[in-house]
Design a protein. Structure first.
Length: 594
C-alpha cells in the first residue's frame, strides 16, 4: 500500500490542480450565509452569553484549562481549547452570533482541506480524495456541526486530529523531526478540544500495523513518548480541575439503549434529507441502516479485494471507535428528550467515508468521463441544497425548537427548551404556554421549577410559585440558583402574607428562607418584624441581631433594635449604642428623645 502523495500525471484531468481550492470554495459558498444565524438557546446561550464575562478576556485562558466546558465544574466535559477559541471570537465580535458561526465555518474549511490531504497520504487517488472531501464538505449531517455553535469541540478535535494523523504518516515516511513536532502539537490540540481524541493514538498504531511496519521499533520511541506525555498531562488536568459528575447514565446499559445510533448514522449518511435538528431514533432509519450494513458486509465478503482491506479496516475502526464513546453515555431524560445529536457524526463519518472510497473501484471514479462528472456534480448540488436549506432551522431559537417540536411533538423536553428561551426573553405568557404543554406530556422537576418562576416573577402568584418550587426541590432539582430564587420567593411572599394578616404563615415562610439560607439578613430582619407583631419580642430582637451580623449595612435592623431596647427592654445604654450605629450606617433623624 502506497502512502506517498501522488503527483499529477499527464493522464489526470486538470481540475485536480485546483482540488484544494474546490475543497475550500464549495463549502464556503454553502455555509458563508451561516453568519446571519443567531443563537438557538441550546447550550450556546450558556457557553457564550452567560459566560461572556469569562470568554471576553484572554486573561482567563488559564481558567479555561482549570474548568469544565461550561466554566461551572459541574459537568464531566473537559474542552479548554473550545473555550479558548470562543475567547478569540468574543474579543473580535463580542456577543454577535455571526462571529461564532464564522469560527465554526473556518474550522470546517480547515478540516475539509486536511481530510483531502489525509486521503491522498493514505494512498487514495486524487480523484477519489477530491470526491470524498467534497461529499464530506457539503453533507447535510456534517452541516449540523457547522451550524450549531456548541459543536465547536467536534470541529476542533476533527481539525487537529486530521492534521495530527497526516503529519504522523509523513513522519513515518521520512522521520523528519519537524513532522513529529507538528504531529505532537496537533495531537495535543485534539486532546484538549474533546475527550474522543484519545482514539487517535490507537488509529496511529493501527496504521503502523496495516502498513506492515514494526510496532515495537526503536524508531517510534519518540512518538510513543510524546503520546504518553500528552495523555498524562491531559488526564491529570482533567481529573484535577473538573467534577466528574453529571446527569448522565453511563456504562453498558447506556450502550445497549444507544445501539440504534450505529444503523441510524449509516442510514442517514445515504439519506440525509428532511433532517430534524434534534433527532429521536426512528424505526425506519434503524431498519434501513441495518440493511445497509448487511449489504456493505456482503459486498466486502464477495469482493475479497486484498488491496482495499487496509482502508476498510482503518475506516471501520475509525467509524466505530468515534461512535462508541458517545454511546456509553445517555441522558437520564433521553427517552423524553433526544437520543443523540446530529453533530456527533462529524468525526465518525470520516471513517465511514474511507470505507466507502476503499470499496469503490477506481474505474467508477473517472473525472475524464461526462457521466461520472454529471453524477458527481448532481450529487454535490443535491447535498449542498439540502445543507443550505437546513440553515433556516438554525436561524433562532424559535425556528430551532419549532422544528424539533414539529418533528416529534410528543417529546416533552422540546417544549421545555422552547419555554426556557422565552424565560430568558421574559415573555412569561409564551413561557407558561410551552411549560404547560411539556408538563402535560410528562412532568419533571425542572418543569415545576420554571412554572414556579412564571408564577413568581410574571404573575406574583406566590402560593402557586411556592407549591411548584417546593415540589421541584423535594424531587431533587436544585442548586445555588434554584435555592436563591426559593429564598427570595419565601421572603417576598412572607411580606404579602403579613400584609394580609396571615402572621403565622408569614413567620413560617421566613423561617423556611433562613433554613435554606441561614446567613440571609433580610429574612432575619423580616422575621423579627413579624414576631414583634405576635408578641414574641425577645425572639424578634434576637432575629434583628442576627440580621446585622449577616448584613451589617441593614440600617433598619439597627433602628428596630434601638427602639426595642429603649421601649421594651428599658436599657438606655444599649438603645444609645444602636442609635449611634443606626446613624453610622446612613440612618437619619433622632430615634429616641433625650
Amino acid at each position: 500500500m502506497t502512502t506517498s502523495v501522488k503527483k499529477l500525471t499527464a493522464g489526470e484531468p486538470g481540475i485536480l490542480r485546483y482540488a484544494p481550492l474546490l475543497v475550500i470554495l464549495v463549502p464556503f459558498i454553502i455555509y458563508i450565509s451561516s453568519i446571519r444565524l443567531g443563537f438557538v438557546y441550546f447550550d450556546d446561550d450558556i457557553l457564550v452569553l452567560d459566560n461572556f464575562e469569562k470568554i471576553s478576556n484572554f486573561k482567563n485562558i488559564g481558567l479555561a484549562f482549570r474548568s469544565d466546558a461550561f466554566f461551572s465544574n459541574l459537568s464531566p466535559y473537559y474542552r479548554p481549547l473550545m473555550n479558548v477559541s470562543f475567547m478569540v471570537d468574543a474579543v473580535l465580535g463580542g456577543t454577535s452570533p455571526g462571529i461564532y458561526h464564522f469560527g465554526n465555518l473556518v474550522c470546517h474549511l480547515v478540516s475539509c482541506l486536511s481530510l483531502y490531504w489525509l486521503l491522498t497520504l493514505l494512498g487514495f487517488a486524487r480523484k477519489k480524495a477530491l470526491a470524498g472531501a467534497l461529499i464530506f464538505a457539503v453533507h447535510p449531517m456534517i452541516g449540523h456541526a457547522v451550524l450549531w455553535i456548541p459543536a465547536r469541540g467536534d470541529l476542533l478535535v476533527t481539525m487537529f486530529g486530521l492534521l495530527s494523523f497526516a503529519f504522523f504518516i509523513r513522519y513515518l515516511e521520512d522521520r523528519r523531526p519537524e513532522r513529529l513536532a507538528f504531529h505532537g502539537v496537533f495531537l495535543a490540540g485534539a486532546f484538549f478540544s474533546k475527550e474522543s481524541a484519545i482514539l487517535f493514538p490507537v488509529l496511529c498504531l493501527l496504521y503502523i500495523v496495516i502498513t506492515r511496519k514494526k510496532v515495537f521499533d526503536r524508531r517510534w520511541l519518540f512518538v510513543y513518548a510524546i503520546w504518553a506525555l500528552i495523555l498524562v498531562s491531559w488526564f491529570w488536568l482533567r481529573h484535577a480541575y473538573i467534577d466528574q459528575r453529571g446527569d448522565e447514565q453511563r456504562g453498558l446499559p447506556s450502550l445497549i439503549m444507544n445501539l440504534p445510533f450505529l444503523p441510524e448514522a449509516v442510514s442517514r449518511f445515504f439519506f440525509p434529507f428532511m433532517l430534524p435538528v434534534t433527532p429521536v431514533f426512528s424505526t425506519g432509519y434503524t431498519l434501513s441502516g441495518i440493511i445497509a450494513i448487511v449489504l456493505i458486509l456482503v459486498w466486502i465478503i464477495r469482493t475479497r479485494a486484498v488491496a482495499m482491506m487496509p482502508m476498510v479496516i482503518l475506516g471501520s475502526v475509525w467509524f466505530l471507535g468515534f461512535c462508541l464513546p458517545n454511546m456509553f453515555v445517555r441522558l437520564v431524560s433521553a427517552g423524553d428528550n433526544f437520543e443523540y445529536l446530529m453533530h456527533r457524526t462529524y468525526l465518525p463519518y470520516i471513517g465511514f467515508l474511507m470505507m466507502m472510497l476503499a470499496m469503490m473501484p477506481d474505474k467508477w471514479v473517472d473525472l475524464k468521463t461526462r457521466p461520472f462528472n454529471v453524477i458527481l456534480a448532481a450529487l454535490i448540488v443535491l447535498l449542498s441544497a439540502a445543507s443550505f436549506f437546513q440553515q433556516g432551522k438554525f436561524m433562532n431559537a424559535e425556528n430551532y425548537w419549532g422544528s424539533a417540536i414539529r418533528y416529534a411533538p410528543g417529546k416533552a423536553w422540546f417544549h421545555y427548551y422552547m419555554s426556557r428561551y422565552y424565560f430568558k426573553q421574559k415573555d412569561y405568557d409564551r413561557l407558561e404556554y410551552y411549560l404547560k404543554r411539556a408538563d402535560s406530556i410528562k412532568s419533571y422537576p425542572e418543569f415545576k421549577y420554571h412554572m414556579g418562576m412564571v408564577a413568581f416573577l410574571g404573575k406574583k402568584d406566590y402560593d402557586k410559585a411556592y407549591a411548584c418550587f417546593s415540589e421541584a426541590l423535594t424531587k431533587g432539582y436544585g442548586g445555588p440558583e434554584q435555592t436563591a430564587n426559593f429564598v427570595n420567593l419565601c421572603i417576598e411572599s412572607s411580606s404579602d402574607l403579613f400584609q394580609r394578616g396571615s402572621y403565622d404563615r408569614a413567620i413560617a415562610r421566613c423561617e423556611e428562607a433562613l433554613l435554606n439560607d441561614p446567613d440571609n439578613g433580610v429574612a432575619a430582619y423580616n422575621l423579627g418584624i413579624y414576631l414583634i407583631n405576635t408578641g414574641e419580642k425577645q425572639r424578634a430582637a434576637a432575629m434583628w441581631k442576627r440580621a446585622v451580623r449577616n448584613k451589617p449595612d441593614l440600617t433598619e435592623a439597627y433602628r428596630s433594635l434601638c427602639l426595642y431596647y429603649h421601649y421594651e427592654a428599658k436599657k438606655a445604654d444599649s438603645a444609645a449604642w444602636y442609635a449611634r450605629e443606626y446613624k453610622n450606617h446612613g440612618g437619619t433623624g433622632d430615634l429616641i428623645s433625650p
